[in-house]
Design a protein around this ligand. Sequence first.
Ligand code: FES
Length: 114
Amino acid sequence: MAKNRIICTKNNVDYLTIRKAMTAGARTIEDLTKQANVCTECEGCKSELEKILSSVCGCKEVSLKTVVNAVKNGADTVEKVGEVTGAGTGIDEETGEECGKCKSLIQNIIDLGR
Ligand code: FES
């Protein structure tokens, strides 16, 4: 599971803010400039944002593309996406309990179909 950290140092935007924007439908760097206030002036920040945007589940290393394909192939609940891709089924290493931090993003992908 990814720990929170500052991604856009100029505007002081952290990882969790970016993930919240994704859960609200942000899928591109342009979306993140509007929804999370990242500035995108640094190349390093841009490449990090692209990595974050392309990933859904850090625990199971499942990409956005994999989840979108699962949804397009009929996985219409978070549980079904988890069965097909593993996304959302990670275990928190510190607590030993289900992580589930990406489940709201998975639901948003199901809702939007992208
Ligand atoms: S990020 Fe932990 S289960 Fe997906």
